[in-house]
Design a binder for this molecule. Structure first.
Ligand code: SAM
Ligand code: DTB
Ligand code: SF4
Length: 329
């Protein structure tokens, strides 16, 4: 009797954390149809290919960040149109999350333009935001910069689902993008998040002027994490006026698609999130991202500080692709 006949579902492909850069390069460089076929197989083994999770972002503390991330409009090192603000009031944030829930979002991510979390009134208020959004029945994610074990533990106790902290690019290229912190700082925060029992949201940005080897290096770092990040946001650089990366060439959408497909194959059980930069992609490029195994997108007309596609356009796009929102699991 086959496994299926016996009512036992066939064993899923085991997750691997020992991919080599050479193996990853082999996957990434396949002819596109082969790459997409492998990504689809991985995707369908672990996820429903007809469903995408809707997430909503909110910048709860905007601008004036002491870090010098060259892609970021919120860095105090560059002059951009982003105006600085203090931490938003708790009630305002919870009302925003409620609205996002009514628009179909099941995950709410609060971002702050901080180098690191500091204990004090702002952090106490963030803990209140986390527990109140968790009580709405949504997944709650924060992206607040570096944190330590005790802060991660307090966020976990407040009901945080996930902490977003990106590695952004390869360790070799990192120093050309950010000088005010290093890769090990990032890895330390990720370890604190893991230790606290909060799920890890960790990905990167494509289109920073990195080489193919850097994209492979990033994917190697992510897929070596054990466990894999449960959530892998793949951002396309949003080129913002006033940042040092403003004049870079536009990203080739197929490079983005290849990166998503490779992430899907390496980390098949993770949520691979089509994140920033969607506004600059055609509907057809977005369709390929979903074929490549992306299963989440940000809804709403704004990301943190930059524009996102209009909700009506997104509704039409999802309808044309036959995709539906993933209900809360
Ligand atoms: N300050 C915190 C930090 O850096 O971890 C949290 C907020 S920060 C805006 C979150 C992430 O947004 C960054 O790690 C980066 O990957 C992404 N990001 C920022 N600016 C971007 C841009 N212009 N294009 C694409 N992604 C961007
Ligand atoms: C992530 O990887 N992408 C989101 C979330 N994590 C916090 C942020 C994207 C920000 C894009 C630039 C902006 O809107 O300021
Ligand atoms: Fe600050 Fe985060 Fe922007 Fe870097 S990415 S400048 S840490 S807000």
């Amino acid at each position: 009797m086959s496994q299926k006949d016996a009512g036992v579902s066939p064993a899923r492909t085991a997750l691997r954390h020992d991919w080599t850069r050479e193996q990853i390069r082999g996957i990434y460089r396949q002819p596109l149809p082969d790459l997409l076929y492998s990504a689809q197989k991985a995707h369908r083994e672990f996820h429903d290919p007809r469903r995408v999770q809707f997430c909503r972002l909110l910048s709860i503390k905007t601008g004036g960040c002491p870090e010098d991330c060259t892609y970021c409009p919120q860095s105090a090192h560059y002059t951009t149109e982003v105006s600085r603000g203090g931490l938003l009031p708790v009630d305002e944030v919870v009302e925003f999350a409620e609205r996002a829930r009514s628009e179909g979002a099941t995950r709410f991510c609060m971002g702050a333009a901080w180098r690191q979390v500091q204990d004090g009134e702002d952090f106490e208020n963030i803990l209140k935001m986390v527990s109140r959004v968790a009580r709405l029945g949504m997944e709650v994610c924060c992206s607040l910069g570096m944190l330590d074990d005790s802060q991660a533990g307090r966020l976990a106790d407040a009901g945080l689902t996930a902490y977003n902290h990106n590695l952004d690019t390869s360790p070799e290229f990192y120093g050309q993008i950010i000088t005010t912190r290093n890769y090990d700082d990032r890895l330390r925060t990720l370890a604190s998040v893991r230790k606290a029992g909060v799920t890890v949201c960790c990905g990167g940005i494509i289109g920073l002027g990195e080489s193919e080897g850097d994209r492979i290096g990033l994917l190697h770092q992510l897929s070596s994490l054990d466990p894999h990040p449960e959530s892998v946001p793949i951002n396309a650089l949003v080129r913002v006026a006033g940042t040092p990366l403003e004049h870079l060439d536009a990203l080739d959408p197929l490079v983005f698609v290849r990166t998503i497909a490779t992430a899907r194959i390496l980390m098949p059980a993770s949520m691979v999130r089509l994140s920033a930069g969607r506004k600059a992609l055609s509907r057809e490029a977005v369709a390929l991202c979903f074929v490549a195994g992306a299963n989440s997108l940000f809804i709403g007309e704004k990301l943190l500080t930059t524009p996102n596609p209009e909700p009506d356009d997104d509704a039409a796009m999802l309808q044309s692709l036959g995709l539906e929102p993933l209900p809360l699991q």
